[in-house]
Design a protein. Structure first.
Length: 421
């Protein structure tokens, strides 16, 4: 197969991937997250690649027009990518019309002027043909070329700074998403530099292939790291700071977020758990407890459900599942109840001892028939018992005998009244 055929097939595959990403993102535009921004990034790159194919398959007469269109798509792609990253990393949440107009003034002016030879970015384009493909041999640059080029490369470096800060502030989920965003920017930038310095033959424009790899990186970020389905980094940092172990699964029971506490309990890192099925990466008592909690229906109040406590590494955890709205997603929370359980066990022990002591205490109640003379007490069978014998047999109390001062004086009048009996 001819090399130009392989090249065009690869470019077409890249275009198909970008269009698929744009369609998928646009279909989710009403969902939380900047799906419209991702659709714009994919569509701009796809249009750039289409113009590259058009130029490569055009006659010299029409190649200049396709080249101008390609440079216009370059500007659109650069700006949409920057806005997408700025919004995703929390640096530009709302685009006001006046700010957007000022921001886009340089690229719009430069790339619209590129349609007139010598008026803006491009002039004196000379085309040739090789391998059946049209390409430009030499290209002069107009007065706005340096300005627009510096602007676009500034967007690249600022975007990389946004991503680096995003990854530094966030946890594992931010690192995974940041890696995908880095690849989205760096691959086309490196390809563009290789083209400018003539490392690769100009007849084969590798930018469309670079865009295809960028689309793959974005798909990887979306499906592996749930790029647009999660809350901002600040929330993730808060979750990581909690003492409770937390894991979030979607309706398919795939892990979409996990904090460092739970990753440590699992003996791994959060990066190894994200974007993978719960049942495939966690086993043993921890995996069974989390799987059981994820499968539980919401409680009667629609808020939470819980399984039996989990004993793990000498600690005891309360395992609870919290539904995420009306979806099948669950937030699984493991709360350490070891100290509370020890306190409850101690309380139960003390209560048991008290109840046992109370059980040993015997009391006499009711009406006791007692002799007015000798003070004997009659039992239920009619037998008469000495007072102390009756009480001893029924309460367990023991008696010691002595005499009070009055009895001592009556029975032993000769003893000193002050001498103890």
């Amino acid at each position: 197969m001819k090399i130009q055929v392989l090249y065009l097939l690869a470019v077409n595959l890249a275009v198909v991937g970008l269009v698929a990403l744009a369609v998928y993102s646009w279909s989710r535009r009403r969902s939380p997250g900047n799906w419209r921004g991702m659709a714009a990034v994919a569509l701009a790159a796809a249009l750039w690649d289409v113009m590259a194919v058009v130029m490569a398959t055009s006659s010299f007469e029409h190649a200049r027009l396709a080249l101008s269109a390609k440079y216009t798509m370059l500007g659109l792609s650069s700006v949409t990518t920057f806005l997408f990253i700025a919004r995703h990393t929390g640096h530009w949440q709302r685009t006001r019309p006046l700010a957007a107009a000022a921001f886009l003034a340089i690229p719009v002016a430069g790339h619209l002027a590129a349609w007139q030879d010598g008026a803006g970015s491009l002039r004196d384009a000379v085309f040739s043909e090789s391998y059946g493909l049209t390409y430009f041999v030499s290209l002069g640059y107009g007065p706005l070329y340096l300005l627009t080029t510096a602007f676009h490369y500034a967007l690249i470096f600022v975007s990389l700074g946004f991503i680096a800060q995003y990854m530094r502030r966030g946890g594992a989920i931010a690192r995974g998403q940041g890696t995908a965003l880095f690849m989205t920017i760096l691959i086309p930038a490196i390809a563009n530099v290789l083209v400018l310095v003539d490392v690769v033959p100009r007849v084969f424009d590798i930018m469309p292939l670079a865009h295809g790899l960028s689309a793959a990186a974005l798909f990887w970020g979306v499906f592996r790291h749930q790029m647009l389905d999660l809350a901002p980094v600040g929330r993730h940092a808060l979750v990581d700071a909690l003492q409770d172990a937390i894991l979030i699964v979607d309706g398919r029971r795939w892990i979409v977020d996990v904090n460092q506490k739970l990753a440590g309990m699992a003996g791994t890192t959060a990066d190894r758990l994200l974007g993978r099925p719960l049942d495939a990466v966690l086993d043993g008592p921890l995996g069974l407890a989390l799987g059981a909690a994820a499968a539980l229906p919401p409680g009667d109040d629609g808020a939470t459900s819980a399984t039996a406590p989990l004993a793990l590494d000498g600690r005891l955890y309360d395992v609870r599942a919290v539904p995420v709205g009306a979806t099948a997603a669950r937030v699984l929370v493991l709360h350490d109840i070891t100290e509370r359980q020890r306190w409850e066990d101690e309380q139960s022990r003390l209560i048991g001892e008290l109840q046992g002591a109370l059980g040993d205490v015997k009391t006499l109640t009711g009406l006791l028939p007692i002799c007015a003379g000798c003070k004997k007490i009659r039992d239920g069978q009619g037998a008469w018992h000495q007072l102390e014998v009756y009480i001893r047999d029924r309460t367990g109390a023991e008696f010691s005998h002595g005499m009070c001062p009055a009895c001592s004086a009556q029975w032993y009048p000769d003893l000193d009244a002050h001498e103890p009996a």
